[in-house]
Each structure stands twice: as structure tokens, then as C-alpha cells.
Design a protein around this ligand. Structure first.
Ligand SMILES: NC(=O)c1ccc[n+]([C@@H]2O[C@H](COP(=O)([O-])OP(=O)(O)OC[C@H]3O[C@@H](n4cnc5c(N)ncnc54)[C@H](OP(=O)(O)O)[C@@H]3O)[C@@H](O)[C@H]2O)c1
Length: 345
């Protein structure tokens, strides 16, 4: 696809083109050589008539509707759940390959939930609706899949440090406004997206607390990881929002069924597809959101053997939540679908 541009059977629609994920996806499609004329940028009526950047060019934004989405051969839905609930089945039934970034369909038994480095094999040739996982799930699943090739997993404990861009454009603006306020001699604007100010703060719940005291974000991380790995391995999460613009990080403890060492895990992860080892603490080299932001890789470091349990290793990872955590994984799904004959290109 990168070399040939997009010789596919019809246009590629980016629905949510004015949002954070849509913006990154448009940039990735342009980088992949898809001509601007093969791309439809869709959003609400409110945004229709605007233009959005497409590499060095711009493309016009149109309103999402049957007349626009109905022409697409491929549709990336980078929109809220309600939009995906309505439009994904409609477009898929018309033969469009729908790659949905919302959480609407991820745990639906009939919808593959795909990280191509881990489970591209679940993309059947006739598939028309594919879900891309939560932005914290993707890097975690990629790391666990590598370890699982060598050791049976027994239990995973993960704490996240999630950037505000994971909550969309308005959340980034909220953090920026709160950070600027004291320097501009203004009162801090009241929080709209989060329940408390996020600037200078850490929120130990990314969204509402629900079943068993875990938040929806935590259940996504736990259940989606199990679905992608096709394993009931217990994954227990604490999802935390931090005042970082871009780049989710995670502290992960991996318990295996037999002894495992940090050196072994380092060796397995080194060179694994999509993973960049950054593990030289003596040189101050470890994953950070700032290192990961703008890159395509899952950065992994601080790999340590547990001093009290020979079957457990600890590590830290960072990943650009808008790229591999969202838009880039969607593009990888399209490329894997083409390779597996789900769509011609
Ligand atoms: N941000 C991340 O790191 C991340 C990672 C993984 C998954 N996701 C998921 O990806 C989706 C998009 O996230 P985002 O961060 O890009 O959000 P965002 O910045 O808030 O953008 C939302 C986009 O959806 C469009 N939209 C909203 N309602 C619509 C409607 N009724 N019809 C058509 N378009 C509509 C908006 O268009 P207007 O500008 O016209 O309102 C905008 O383009 C969400 O489901 C999110 O949960 C996000």
C-alpha cells in the first residue's frame, strides 16, 4: 500500500477527521502515499465546509451521512461510541471495510479486536467490521504476546499513566488552559472534561467507577487484553490520568508459570516487531511519554527481575496513544486486511 498509494476499490473515509485521532490518521495516510483525492474527511455538520491538513495538501470536510459514507470502500471511525453504534453496522452491511476506534464493538463476540503484531490471524477474508483496542491495551498486549511465546502467563498487574489526549481534543485544551492560567494572571478555568483539575494533578480514575470498584477504562484494559490474547489470564489494572499531552505509560508486573529473568525478557523484546527497547538506566535511557510521542513504537525499559518472586518481572512502557495506540494500529489493520485478502488493493 505504501508504494502503490491506494489503488483500492473506492475512497477511504476518515470519520472524525477533525478530531485528534482523525488528524493523526490523515497524516499517516498521506505518508503512506494515499492520494488526497482517494480520501474523504467526514465529521459533524458543524465542521462541514472546513478543510483539514493532508500532508502538504488540505482536504475538505463533509458531513457524515449516507451520501458520503456510502461511497467509501474503507471507513475509519474515529468518533464517539454512539456514532460507531449507528454507522458501523450500516456501512459494513453495504460492503465497506469498517475499522472502528471507539469502544462500541470491541468486546462483541462477532467483531475481531485486532493488534496485527499479535492476532492478525483473526482477520477472516470476508470481515467487514474490525475493532481497534483501547490505547493502553495495544502496547500491553504487544509486550505480553512476546513474553507468552516463552512463558505461560499466570497474572498481570498494570498501572497506567494516561495522557489527556486519550480523552480527545477538548481535554488537551483543558490541560493547556489550566497550565496557562496562573502565568496569564487569570483564575484557573473550572474543569469540564475531568471531575477535578488535571494540571499539576494525578487522577486515580480515568472515568466512572463501576463493577467491583474498577473504572470502565480499567475493565477495557483487562477484558480487551484477554480477548486479543485469547486467554483468560487475569489482568488487573489501575488506570490513572496524568497531566501529559501525548503518550500513555504503564508500569507492568508479569507473573509467569515458571521462573523468568529480566535478561530473558529483555532479549525476547529486543527486536520484536513494533517494540523499541530503551533500557539503559545508567545512561538515563528509559521509556517516557516525551520519547514515545511522535514515534510508531512501544518503548519498553526498566525491566527488572522481582527480588522476591522468581516467576515475576517488572517493566515500564510508553507509547504514543494517538499513533500506535489508535490511528497507526487502525492503518496496520487495513494493511493486514489487504495482505489477508479481506479487501483488494
Ligand atoms: N485519543 C486517543 O488516544 C484514542 C485512542 C484510542 C481510541 N480513541 C477513540 O477514538 C475516537 C475519537 O477520539 P478522539 O480523541 O479523536 O476524539 P476527538 O478529538 O474528541 O474527536 C472526535 C471526532 O468525532 C467527530 N464526531 C463527533 N460526533 C460526530 C457525529 N455525530 N458525526 C460525525 N462525526 C462526529 C468530531 O467531529 P466535529 O469536530 O465535527 O465535532 C471529531 O472529528 C473515540 O471513540 C475515542 O474513544 C481515542
Amino acid at each position: 500500500m505504501a508504494a502503490a498509494g491506494w489503488p483500492g476499490p473506492g475512497p477511504i473515509a476518515v470519520v472524525g477527521a477533525t478530531g485528534l485521532v482523525g488528524e493523526v490518521l490523515l497524516g499517516l495516510l498521506a505518508e503512506a502515499g494515499v492520494p488526497a483525492g482517494a480520501v474523504m474527511a467526514l465529521a459533524t455538520e458543524h465542521s462541514a465546509g472546513r478543510t483539514v491538513s493532508y500532508g502538504a495538501e488540505v482536504v475538505p470536510v463533509s458531513a457524515l451521512g449516507e451520501d458520503t459514507l456510502g461511497r467509501a470502500a474503507v471507513a475509519f471511525l474515529a468518533t464517539p461510541n454512539a456514532v460507531s453504534a449507528r454507522w458501523a453496522p450500516w456501512a459494513a452491511a453495504r460492503g465497506t471495510l469498517v475499522i472502528d476506534k471507539s469502544s462500541q464493538w470491541r468486546l462483541d463476540a462477532g467483531v475481531p479486536l485486532v493488534v496485527p503484531e499479535v492476532n492478525a490471524h483473526v482477520l477472516a477474508p470476508g470481515v467487514r467490521l474490525v475493532a481497534t483496542p483501547n490505547c493502553s491495551t495495544i502496547p500491553l498486549a504487544m509486550v505480553l504476546a512476546v513474553v507468552r511465546r516463552h512463558r505461560e502467563l499466570v497474572r498481570v498487574l498494570v498501572s497506567t499513566y494516561q495522557a489527556v489526549s486519550g480523552s480527545g481534543r477538548e481535554a488537551v485544551e483543558e490541560l493547556a488552559a489550566q497550565v496557562r492560567a496562573p502565568y496569564e494572571g487569570r483564575a484557573e478555568p473550572p474543569p469540564q472534561i475531568y471531575s477535578e483539575p488535571i494540571a499539576g494533578n494525578v487522577l486515580p480514575a480515568c472515568d466512572a467507577v463501576g463493577a467491583a470498584g474498577f473504572t470502565g477504562e480499567e475493565w477495557k484494559l483487562m477484558r480487551e487484553t484477554q480477548k486479543i490474547l485469547d486467554s483468560p489470564v487475569p489482568v488487573v489494572a489501575t488506570a490513572v490520568r496524568v497531566p501529559v499531552a501525548v503518550g500513555h505509560s504503564e508500569s507492568v508486573a508479569i507473573q509467569c508459570a515458571s521462573p523468568v529473568t529480566a535478561d530473558e525478557v529483555r532479549g525476547w523484546l529486543d527486536g520484536a516487531p513494533g517494540i523499541r527497547l530503551a533500557d539503559d538506566p545508567g545512561q538515563g535511557l528509559w521509556p517516557t511519554p516525551r520519547r514515545a510521542a511522535g514515534t510508531d513504537d512501544v518503548w519498553v525499559g526498566r525491566i527488572r527481575s522481582d527480588p522476591y518472586a522468581a516467576d515475576t518481572v517488572h517493566l515500564f512502557l510508553s507509547c504514543d496513544n494517538l499513533r500506535k495506540g489508535a490511528a497507526l494500529n487502525g492503518l496496520h489493520i487495513l494493511q493486514a486486511a489487504i495482505e489477508r485478502g479481506a479487501i483488494s488493493a
